[in-house]
Design a protein around this ligand. Structure first.
Ligand code: G3P
Ligand code: MG
Length: 243
C-alpha cells in the first residue's frame, strides 16, 4: 500500500512544522512525518521550512541570525488568525523526544539547498542516535552533497534525493549510482518513464506535495511507494480504500 507522509506535519489544517501539526498528523495514523531542519545562530537544530521566519511567524529575519532563545519567542502559529494561540518553533530535540514514543517514520529534510549550515548533517544524526530513532528515519535533501555525507556517516539510514520542478531524467540510475535509496520528486515533474527508471533500479519513489485527488489516483496507479501530503487523513482514506 502507498505510504502516506504528513508534509511539515498535518500542515493543511495546522501550523506547519509545529509540535501541534506533528501530534495531529500522528493521530491520523499516517505512516510518517516529513519535516525540515535548520541551524540557529548558536548551532541548535530547529524545525522550520523557510530560511527566514517571515512567512510562518510574527517575526522577521533569518533563522541563522537568531539564537534559539530568541527564536523561541516568535509564534509559529501567527498566520492562523489566533486559532491556535502560541506555538513555538520546535527544536529537533523536542521532536525526537516525542517521536521516540511514536511508531511513525520521520523523513528528515536537511535544508542546505539555499544556505549551507556547517556540520548540520553530523548534528542531526547525533540527535537521532541519542533518541534511538535510527531505524525510523529517512533522510532527504535538495542538496545531494548533504545526503552523500549522511550515506557515509550512517549507512544504515536510507536517503532520498529531492529534486525541484525541473525534475531529473533516469533517476533510478542516478540514485543507484550514488547509493541513494529513494527518489523524491515533485509530482509535477514526474513522468511515467521516471517511475519505470526507479522501478528498474530498485529505487523507492516518494512524491511531494500530493494534495489533489487526481494526482494521488495517478501516482497510486503507477505504484509509487509513498506520497508526501498536507492532508494525510484524506490520502490515507483513499489508499486504504484501494487496499
Ligand atoms: O520533502 C518534500 C518537500 O518537503 C520538499 O519541498 O520545499 O516543502 O521542503 P519543501
Ligand atoms: Mg520539506
Amino acid at each position: 500500500m502507498t505510504k502516506v507522509y504528513a508534509h511539515r506535519g498535518y500542515s493543511g489544517r495546522y501550523p506547519e512544522n509545529t509540535m501541534l501539526a506533528f501530534r495531529e498528523a500522528a493521530k491520523t495514523g499516517c505512516d510518517g512525518i516529513e519535516l525540515d531542519v535548520q541551524l540557529t545562530k548558536d548551532d541548535q537544530l530547529v524545525v522550520i521550512h523557510d530560511e527566514s521566519i517571515d512567512r510562518t511567524t510574527d517575526g522577521t529575519g533569518f533563522v541563522r541570525d537568531y539564537t534559539l532563545a530568541e527564536l523561541r519567542k516568535f509564534n509559529a502559529a501567527a498566520r492562523w488568525d489566533g486559532k491556535f494561540g502560541f506555538e513555538p518553533i520546535p527544536t529537533f530535540e523536542e521532536y525526537c523526544r516525542w517521536a521516540a514514543g511514536e511508531k511513525l517514520t520521520t523523513n528528515v529534510e536537511i535544508k542546505t539547498g539555499v544556505y549551507y549550515y556547517e556540520n548540520i548533517e553530523e548534528k542531526t544524526l547525533e540527535m537521532i542516535r541519542a533518541f534511538g530513532l535510527t531505524d525510523r528515519i529517512l533522510f532527504s535533501s535538495f542538496n545531494h552533497s548533504s545526503i552523500a555525507i549522511l550515506r557515509k556517516l550512517a549507512p544504515e539510514i536510507p536517503c532520498g534525493a529531492l529534486v525541484e520542478h525541473e525534475g531529473l531524467g533516469n533517476p533510478g540510475f542516478y540514485c543507484e549510482k550514488h547509493d541513494f535509496q529513494c527518489f523524491h520528486p515533485g509530482w509535477a515533474c514526474l513522468p511515467k518513464e521516471d517511475v519505470d527508471s526507479c522501478k528498474a533500479h530498485g529505487i523507492a519513489l516518494n512524491v511531494w506535495t500530493v494534495n489533489d485527488m487526481d494526482i494521488l489516483e495517478r501516482l497510486t496507479d503507477w505504484g509509487v511507494d509513498g506520497v508526501i501530503t498536507n492532508f494525510p487523513k484524506v490520502c490515507l482514506a483513499y489508499v486504504r480504500s484501494r487496499g
